[in-house]
Design a protein around this ligand. Sequence first.
Ligand code: TYD
Length: 225
Amino acid sequence: MSHPGLFITFEGIDGAGKSSHIEGLAAAFRTQGRAVTVSREPGGTPLAEKLRDMVLSDPMDALTEALLIFAARRDHLCNVIEPALARGEVVLCDRFTDATFAYQGAGRGFDLGVLSTLERMVQTGTAPKADLMREPDLTVWFDVAPEVAAARLAGARIPDRFEAQPIEFFRRVAQGYADRAAAAPQRFARLDAAQDRHRVWQQLTSVFVRKGWLAIMVAAQKGPQ
Ligand code: TYD
């Protein structure tokens, strides 16, 4: 049976716990016979992964940062996301453009109008319908207070350029996500990510079951390991 492709993104501040659920969701879709591509941003192609290394480690000004992130996104869209969607796959992407509005826009204070221009430029002309701006079919937002996220991350690993930011930065990022969700409520599903892992998984899968994308049985079997 052929399916239309599904483009699903996962967002939240560092420490929100999204990454541990993406593989579980991929396994659930595969159990149902769907082909799944799991990817991340910045990154997902050899070029975009090089850009990721630079963005996460090298000091740079805000416009340079935004341009590199969107350059990585264009390469990722053209070479991974669009081909997978054209094959009818489920694409699960750890972060996408909402992260740019939250981190570069709200967090760093970079011009939201410029980000909107770049968003349109980079996400248009990649899909089969040339005038369509590619956007996620669903964005799962792992919403958690910055204090809770910081406690989870404390001592976990060497922080990158973003993880090393003070808590005020993450308060602005969290507000940035809330603003994006308010502007496109039909695209966003908000999860209370302060709950324990199993409850977050239940919230997550119930969103997919409600949309008719996952069977209740499969959602109940799989879960974070
Ligand atoms: P993250 O997705 O949390 O990966 P990991 O779990 O390996 O740390 O890290 C990516 C970092 O990049 C995160 O701190 C947010 C940041 N980022 C931006 O600032 N803008 C963006 O557009 C994207 C996609 C990520």
